[in-house]
Write a protein that binds this ligand. Structure first.
Ligand code: ASP
Length: 338
């Protein structure tokens, strides 16, 4: 505690929320964490903010090591007494970074991720409101033990379901099927029924692990007329695992199913639904390329995880050294379930 106010650590990674331009041209990330915090009316009354700039990147240029370093920083902050942590970043990859953080976040303190769709110099910039929501959410005792939260446009989402569903609207984030966990109303984080948060994955020693080769897990999204040519090329590049974004409940063409079968013998191959909502099937269809057929050929179903989140789960499990097919399947059955 400092001056009676709870300490919240705010780590800035860049993105639209931190972007500006001096000559009216297109914006780029420039603003430090301190500048972001200073610009929010009411923030200092809510918490003693410790602001640090961790990166200054557009979020398409974030990567797994950068996110894991931010995770370590967040852990240090709560170990040092912060009641919660906020990370600000670009929205383009926020649905992925928040889930990667969530897979490892093993603290009761809230870790809240936010950003903005409109840059600070635009009329009706949403960054300050989102940052205030995130900080007040991080302070709220009701936010504890919920894993990583995404605070955006007055809604509070669970990291494993949230998705960016609009390229420009301020209400860009949705949690398809399950909806947001809570709402931010009149300065307060309010939650509905508690949601399950799977057990965190044990974080390897990153000082050594990040020096070693990292898992290579490409995502191949299928499309009309796809006979598996791209998957074939990807498999030949010998990745450590593959995720396929399938049609509907996780389907591919009969021809591509043959390629899936060959790839799944070589590396863990996970298939997810490319639809943006709903799970992979379990026993609905039996034709070549159906979910039943892909599982029979050795592929692992992602359940309710989107292809992007499934890719991060597979990457994370491979990072920890897990390659056993049955244990990978069990991890997806657990973490891909509501
Ligand atoms: N459009 C993005 C954003 O909202 C840019 C980025 O992801 O960095 O921040």
């Amino acid at each position: 505690m400092s001056s009676g106010r709870p300490v919240v650590a705010v780590g800035a990674l860049g993105g639209t929320i931190a972007s500006s331009s001096t000559d009216g041209s297109a914006v780029v990330p420039t603003l430090s964490a301190e500048r972001l915090a200073e610009a929010v009316p009411g923030l200092v009354e809510s918490a003693a903010v410790h602001a640090e700039t961790l990166a200054m990147l557009p979020s398409p240029s974030l990567d797994e090591p950068t996110v894991l370093r931010a995770l370590c920083w967040a852990r240090e902050q709560v170990d040092g007494g912060a009641v919660g942590v906020v990370l600000t970043q670009g929205t383009d990859t926020l649905e992925e970074t928040s889930y990667l953080l969530d897979l490892f976040w093993d603290r009761p303190e809230p870790l809240v991720v936010t950003g903005a769709m409109r840059s600070p110099q635009s009329a009706g910039a949403d960054g300050p409101a989102n940052l205030l929501t995130a900080v007040r959410t991080a302070v709220a005792p009701a936010s504890r033990d919920r894993g990583v939260l995404v605070a955006f446009d007055d809604e509070l989402h669970q990291a494993r379901w949230v998705a960016k569903t609009d390229s420009v609207a301020t209400g860009a984030f949705r949690s398809p099927v399950f909806g947001p966990l809570g709402r931010y109303v009149e300065g307060e984080a309010l939650y509905g029924a508690p949601a399950r948060h799977p057990v965190p994955v044990e974080l390897p020693d990153l000082r050594t692990r990040l020096e070693e080769p990292l898992p290579r897990v490409p995502l191949v999204v299928t499309h009309l007329g796809d006979k598996g040519e791209v998957l074939d090329v990807v498999t030949a590049a010998e990745p450590d695992g593959i995720v396929v974004g399938g049609f509907g409940a996780g389907h591919v063409s009969a021809e591509m199913a043959e390629v899936v079968g060959r790839a799944a013998v070589a590396v863990p191959l996970v298939f997810a639904s490319r639809t943006g909502a709903g799970p992979t099937g379990r026993a609905m269809y039996g034709y070549p390329g159906s979910e039943v057929d892909l599982v029979r050929r050795g592929a692992i179903a992602a359940g309710w995880l989107s292809p992007f989140k499934a890719r991060l789960l597979l990457w994370t499990l491979l990072l920890t050294g897990e390659t056993d097919g049955e244990r990978l399947r069990a991890a997806f059955a657990d973490r891909g379930a509501p």
